[in-house]
Design a protein around this ligand. Structure first.
Ligand SMILES: Cc1cc2nc3c(=O)[nH]c(=O)nc-3n(C[C@H](O)[C@H](O)[C@H](O)COP(=O)(O)OP(=O)(O)OC[C@H]3O[C@@H](n4cnc5c(N)ncnc54)[C@H](O)[C@@H]3O)c2cc1C
Length: 243
């Protein structure tokens, strides 16, 4: 199937760790880009005489305009991640989308969102969407509690820390844990792997939805912990793998 290609123009680029950028775009052809929080776009660019297509989760909530953000990690020797991270303000990339089924289910239940690395991108979109205000000024969380558990090795790779901590301070229903497997001595937040923190949040509960995003090794390990070890129903554990 031929997809309609759109043109994303870079409007802002922020280095958020040694190899990772937060990128903001607007789209030339449309005034409103409709997607559901958690979906991705497919960037398509020529490489030699062929085209390369790579998926990137949208890291911003639907805003009712033609803008979106990405959170992008430079992969060593990788084509598209370096192409996008090397874009200058005003330069463009072609893409199609939105795509994907990694979106919230309609039931308003408590959620645990689990990410490593740039796997946090779709959760930035979901969290900002859930805790944003609707047209009558009400927050859309509907009484549910949301835990975001973010794991990485080093403190410098915790993306959007201030943003999530500020939201957690303002919103009693939003709980944020950034956990490091190699924490420095003065690290006052979580320590260890995401699994240990999920176990504590879950306790004996099996009535929440867990969304997991990142590289396959972490995704598979958290899934099997919940389904095989804790006896959760498969349909309650929803995931997106980047590799
Ligand atoms: C649904 C979906 C959403 C995604 N969202 C994001 C996102 O929001 N941000 C983001 O940074 N990436 C995301 N990815 C990963 C992204 O699509 C690419 O795989 C990644 O950017 C590497 O592409 P590349 O062209 O730079 O590297 P390639 O040229 O494809 O690969 C170069 C080398 O890197 C290895 N490699 C490929 N992918 C990865 C990876 N993800 N991590 C480490 N090594 C890898 C390959 O095995 C190869 O050896 C997503 C993937 C999927 C499937």
């Amino acid at each position: 199937m031929e997809h309609t290609l759109l043109t994303a123009r870079l409007t802002r680029s922020v280095l958020i760790s040694e190899k990772t950028k937060h990128l903001e775009f607007d789209i030339e052809e449309v005034s409103s880009f409709d997607f559901v929080a958690g979906q991705f776009i497919s960037v398509r660019e020529p490489r030699g005489d062929k085209f390369v297509t790579r998926a990137y989760s949208i890291a911003s909530p639907p805003r009712g305009n033609n803008t979106f953000d990405l959170c992008l990690n430079r992969v060593d020797e990788g084509f598209m991640s370096n192409f996008l991270c090397d874009r200058e303000i005003g330069e463009t990339a072609r893409f199609h989308g939105p795509h994907g089924l990694f979106v919230l289910k309609p039931e308003v239940e408590d959620l645990i969102l689990v990410a490593t690395g740039t796997g946090v991108a779709p959760f930035r979109s979901m969290v900002q969407d859930i805790f944003g205000k609707d047209s009558s000024g009400q927050s859309r969380h509907g009484g549910r509690h949301v835990w975001l558990v973010y794991g990485t090795r080093f403190a410098e790779d915790v993306y959007y820390l201030d943003e999530f901590e500020t939201l957690a301070a303002e919103q009693p229903n939003f709980h944020y844990t950034a956990t490091l497997s190699r924490p420095p001595e003065d690290w006052s937040r979580g320590r260890g792997y995401v699994q240990e923190h999920i176990r504590k949040i879950v306790g004996e509960r099996k009535d929440m939805h867990v969304y997991i995003c990142g590289l396959n090794e972490m995704v598979s390990s958290v899934r099997s912990m919940l389904i095989e070890e804790c006896g959760w129903e498969k349909k309650r554990v929803i995931y997106e793998r980047y590799d």
